[in-house]
Design a protein around this ligand. Sequence first.
Ligand SMILES: NC(=O)c1ccc[n+]([C@@H]2O[C@H](COP(=O)([O-])OP(=O)(O)OC[C@H]3O[C@@H](n4cnc5c(N)ncnc54)[C@H](OP(=O)(O)O)[C@@H]3O)[C@@H](O)[C@H]2O)c1
Length: 219
Amino acid sequence: MKTLAILGGTGKEGAGLAMRWALRGYRVLIGSRSADRAKTRATEMNRELGGDYLTGLANAEAAAAADIVILSVPYGAHQATLSGLREECAGKILVDLTVPLQPPEITQVNLPGGAAAALEAQSILGADATVVAAFQNVSAVKLKRLDQPVDCDVLVCADDPAARLDVMALVEAAGMRGIDAGALKNAVAAEALTPVLLHINKTYGVAGAGIRITGLDDT
Ligand SMILES: NC(=O)c1ccc[n+]([C@@H]2O[C@H](COP(=O)([O-])OP(=O)(O)OC[C@H]3O[C@@H](n4cnc5c(N)ncnc54)[C@H](OP(=O)(O)O)[C@@H]3O)[C@@H](O)[C@H]2O)c1
């Protein structure tokens, strides 16, 4: 089974994915700017899971030890977190689930220069890493309910079709349906959808609006 490192796995979105993957047998490393914070959060999550599943490390150590790296930090920390990790991510898939929100206007689309955080990630890491964009439209509130599948689809965008398939398998393991959504530049659409979902959450008084792709069963 592959080893996954979740940079910023101490936070809301990363923790839910970490626990779901750990329960499916992946070796999961929780990354943080602080190794102590990572260890503390891993201990807390292990207590919740009832076993010794997760290990906490500093972000760079976690990335170096992983087969697949997942980036789960706020957009404001995106560039700073990635720019020191080119070597650790070389030859690996980096799954970017960052949404470029601009607080306090989090219900309005705010794409960096009309592009996507995932495209910025590829440019920061260089061609040696394969960036895959996914999970931007999945609510952390839903991920936390470990005993339930999450009622949504996940758009998976990457320029490498094999990398898309690898990440679609991770999506399935976390309890959702992965959809091959094409090239990495299509991540613009997924990143832009999240503020729309946050607006819907606010308007309808819910915590986890998500998306479903219809028509896939048509013949
Ligand atoms: N929450 C959701 O429902 C949701 C849904 C879809 C997508 N996302 C996306 O997933 C990513 C993570 O979201 P989240 O809600 O998990 O965020 P979060 O809990 O606010 O932060 C995640 C982790 O990022 C690190 N971090 C925070 N500020 C930082 C900074 N200034 N510099 C470096 N690291 C920093 C922290 O880890 P350490 O302090 O341990 O380093 C923190 O635990 C975001 O890009 C978000 O847009 C979130």
